[in-house]
Design a protein around this ligand. Structure first.
Ligand SMILES: [Zn+2]
Length: 306
């Protein structure tokens, strides 16, 4: 027995490191650095590792008819929910974390790949019809929800039968049973969390290239009668919104900007002349440093208290 169809190679972890560093650079506003790191993560060795084993899946089978194995059951007897419900997915992800339960490699949700591809179309290439035109790192670390007992053999779309897996461990397993593949049942091992966020810190940028999300309740409380402390000023940024401790702006002067909120940088949702956005209280240098004409954005409070 083996723990997975194919042992991961070191290049996979190199790709993951580069992708993680790319996201960090993006968060710092270093677009060129992020672009280069995403490019580095597109490693041919990783592409070959995956693509040689997820197309011709029969090659992954060790024993076609192992004694005592389950058999495919008629369609009418299978779990009608082939698709795994959202609440089951959320619970499985909570239990397993962003890590393949079979081979242990870190994984990334397809949503994050889509955001990265939108932000960096040059280096995160993804053509859904052609695996050759798919970024190797995102392809290999593609988060999957795998039915341990195949659905075709009566496996349920339940928390007990679904685990987080990588692309190879899910697609390479296909319709085959663990017994046919000589792979150990991953549920016999406890999930091991590695404190990795699945690059979910990029999710806040989902709407930067599309329409900004409607701002929800402010993440940082601002006194109602805020009087700017020495050196700070009040700015109104139309279309900006607050997410996970950051103020995010739509494209200004060709670039999206973000401000980490703190005691010195406060923000809250506001409306000026019917336009939704955010009120930002900070020192003018913070805007100037980002190439924003601070004077243009100085807040003109409405006559009535919001
Ligand atoms: Zn795996």
């Amino acid at each position: 027995m083996r723990r997975c169809i194919k042992e991961p190679i070191p290049e996979i972890f190199a790709a993951w490191d580069a992708m993680s560093a790319a996201v960090d650079e993006h968060l710092k506003g270093n677009r060129a650095g992020a672009e280069e790191l995403f490019r580095q993560a597109d490693l041919p060795a990783v592409w070959n590792w995956l693509n040689s084993s997820w197309i011709d899946v029969k090659r992954n089978v060790v024993e076609m008819n192992p004694p005592g194995d389950t058999k495919a059951i008629p369609k009418s007897e299978r779990d009608p929910d082939r698709n795994i419900a959202q609440n089951i997915r959320a619970a499985v992800l909570e239990r397993d974390g962003y890590r393949c339960r079979y081979c242990g490699i870190p994984v990334v949700h397809a949503d994050i790949r889509k955001i990265a591809a939108k932000l960096y179309p040059e280096s995160v290439v993804w053509d859904s019809r052609d695996p050759k035109k798919q970024h190797a790192g995102f392809q290999c670390l593609w988060l999957q929800f795998d039915h341990v007992e195949p659905h075709s053999h009566g496996g349920k779309s339940s928390i007990e039968n679904v685990v987080i897996s990588c692309a190879l461990c899910n697609f390479g397993k296909d319709r085959f049973t663990l017994r046919q593949l000589h792979v150990e049942d991953p549920r016999l091992r406890e999930p091991e969390h590695i404190g990795y966020d699945g690059l979910e810190r990029l999710r806040a940028f989902a709407t930067l290239t599309a329409r900004p999300r409607k701002a929800k309740k402010p993440a940082v409380a601002l006194p109602r009668s805020v009087s700017p402390t020495a050196g700070t000023a009040r700015y109104f940024i139309p279309g900006a919104w607050i997410s996970s401790g950051y103020l995010l702006t739509p494209v200004i002067e060709g670039k999206s900007r973000w401000f980490k909120l703190s005691d010195e940088v406060q923000a809250k949702h506001a409306v000026r002349d019917g336009v939704e956005g955010c009120l930002l209280v900070c020192r003018p240098e913070l805007l100037v440093r980002r190439g924003i004409d601070a004077d243009q954005l100085l807040d003109v409070p409405p006559t009535h208290q919001e």
